[in-house]
Design a protein around this ligand. Structure first.
Ligand SMILES: [Zn+2]
Length: 240
């Protein structure tokens, strides 16, 4: 799938809120294709569907939401969109390489308008969490020296799927890690004590993979990883 770049974001921002609401309404309620939406809405040019796609994607929806909201009203959508901080969403897309991963993790539970706002809020929550972690860890992996933002992830201690809505955006349930250390932590090849000593699994061949077992966790400025979540991580992966 294409990426929401600055050009597409600028296009979405240039549209009146009514037009944005109509696009989302047609998609979520009626399940109309992007191209067809462009034909139906006068403010859009009939192109290859990218205009409608940009609006839908900007607000955090994808094919999973198509035609899933039969009772939705245009007013509900518009009210939801008016609650969105567009600048925050914009920065989220321009600084986060994992947007598609996040989008696919949103679980839809209700077919009414509440989910629309919840979806957008979830995305904004992710953005705020990432911003907090980048600040707390000074934009560097807590386990190595990698500091390229595209390689840095808000790694959840208690997994996203197991976490409550609040736990998902709790900075103490996250550590800023690079993609490698996020993977090692996610699979339990490494874990942490309550004193932030790094534990290494016997099930993983660190030497063979040439991955250091001499990691010192760089502690955050604030929002230290919670001992409750760390204990859960150790239990889940057989460290205690
Ligand atoms: Zn790292």
């Amino acid at each position: 799938m294409a990426k929401l770049d600055q050009r597409r974001i600028n296009f979405v921002k240039s549209l009146p809120i009514d037009v944005r609401a109509q696009v989302i309404y047609r998609f979520l309620k009626e399940g109309i294709s992007n191209r067809k939406i462009e034909q139906l809405i006068g403010a859009l040019n009939e192109e290859d569907g990218w205009q409608a796609w940009s609006v839908i994607h900007f607000y955090g929806f994808d094919g999973n939401s198509k035609a899933k909201y039969p009772t939705l009203t245009l007013k509900k959508i518009k009210d939801s969109l008016l609650n969105v901080n567009v600048e925050e969403l914009e920065e989220f897309y321009l600084t986060n390489s994992d947007e598609t991963e996040i989008a696919s993790k949103i679980v839809f539970t209700e077919n009414d308008g509440k989910d629309v706002l919840r979806t957008i809020k979830a995305r904004q929550g992710q953005y705020k969490l990432r911003r907090a972690l980048l600040q707390n860890y000074q934009s560097q992996c807590a386990m190595c020296n990698i500091n390229d933002p595209k390689l840095l992830i808000t790694s959840h201690i208690k997994t996203w799927s197991a976490s409550s809505v609040d736990e998902r955006v709790n900075p103490s349930n996250s550590i800023l890690l690079c993609k490698l250390h996020d993977g090692l932590f996610e699979y339990g090849y490494i874990s942490l004590t309550d004193d932030y000593e790094v534990l290494y699994s016997r099930d993983f061949d660190f030497e063979g993979q040439e991955i250091s077992k001499d990691i010192t966790l760089t502690k955050p400025i604030s929002d230290y990883p919670s001992s409750v979540f760390l204990r859960e991580h150790r239990l889940k992966h057989g460290y205690e």
